[in-house]
Design a protein around this ligand. Structure first.
Ligand SMILES: [Zn+2]
Length: 311
């Protein structure tokens, strides 16, 4: 008998195999996952130049996974999610991707649906997809109010409120790297001044230290007091932006990912310690969010994109 009414489940129903594509600035990576995020197969190609070539690359990696024996044995794919770096509208149009040359104002979702004959195809910003991955099967599993912050060359992020991804009116929510934390600061690539990512990203750490961030982290892990001091000041800059976001969103869990947090310690502990003071007097009167290191690493975007299918 047919059900009388259909309700959307509060959390995604994780049945069937999905293919997730993470179209990065240097690599187009794809994976096939089961409903609980277990990886059946993976593949990748270098990111090509130009809109048509980027589309061909996405189609190519999906076809490789569709032909994979593990995917076929599991019944074939039931949907495709694609994460892309840049402004993706809720209408499926790739508006602007500064790291993908030649990819501007392309109706990517419609093109990919046709090329791949895939009615169930989701297109999403890569950091938004990574947020969903960490929230679904990663470090923030079980939390309904989550802030994801990826500290890489810049800062990317995503927000889950009440169990739902926040996309905003047009799909452009979560551009947290460009919060202004110093109105008199340096000019950012985005054209504004004093953006958070100028001080709190991997590039910001390298500027602060006068050398590569990895070298500072390594020295700090070995107990070097100067390196620990630099990381402490860097953590303070991260905490300033986090405090603003905590005041805005009141998340239960903050997931910190990206290359700067690999390895996570000692930076994760320094950031957690700096958050309270950055919150001011209110910190003593409110529960602070749990701060966790991302669990899915570089696969967060692909896994999240895949799990967005049908969610
Ligand atoms: Zn900026």
């Amino acid at each position: 008998m047919a059900p009388i009414a259909r309700f959307s489940p509060p959390v995604p129903s994780f049945e069937g195999v999905r293919i997730g594509v993470d179209m990065g600035g240097t690599k187009c990576a794809a994976l096939a996952v089961t409903g609980d995020g277990a990886i059946l197969a993976e593949t990748s190609v270098p990111t090509p130049v130009g809109g048509d070539a980027v589309i061909d690359a996405i189609v190519g990696v999906v076809q490789v996974l569709r032909a994979d024996a593990a995917v076929r044995d599991a019944g074939g794919e039931c949907g495709i999610g694609v994460g892309v770096p840049g402004l993706v509208g809720t209408d499926g149009v790739m508006r602007y991707a500064p790291h993908l040359f030649g990819v501007v104002e392309i109706d990517l979702r419609a093109i990919l649906r046709e090329r791949l004959d895939a009615p169930s195809l989701v297109l999403e910003n890569d950091n938004t997809a990574a947020t969903w991955g960490e929230r679904s099967v990663g470090a923030a599993r079980g939390f309904d109010d989550v802030l994801y912050v990826g500290l890489g060359t810049g800062i990317g992020g995503g927000v889950v409120v009440g169990g739902h991804l926040v996309r905003g009116r047009s799909g452009f929510a979560g551009e947290i790297g460009h919060l202004t934390i110093d109105v008199n600061g340096e000019t950012c690539v985005c054209g504004r001044r004093g953006c958070w990512e100028l001080v709190a990203s991997g590039s910001g750490l390298a500027r602060l230290a006068g050398r590569q961030g990895e070298i500072v982290t390594e020295a700090a892990r070995a107990g070097d007091p100067v390196a620990l001091g630099v990381l402490g000041r860097f953590a303070g800059g991260v905490a300033v932006g986090l405090a603003d976001l905590v005041m805005t969103l009141d998340p239960a869990c903050i997931v910190l990912g990206g290359g700067v947090l690999d390895p996570a310690e000692p930076l994760l502990g320094l950031i957690a310690a700096a958050l309270g003071p950055a919150m001011g007097a209110a910190a003593a009167h409110r529960p602070m969010p749990e701060i966790r290191a991302a669990a899915l690493g570089k696969r967060a975007g692909g896994i999240g994109a895949a799990l967005l299918v049908g969610s």
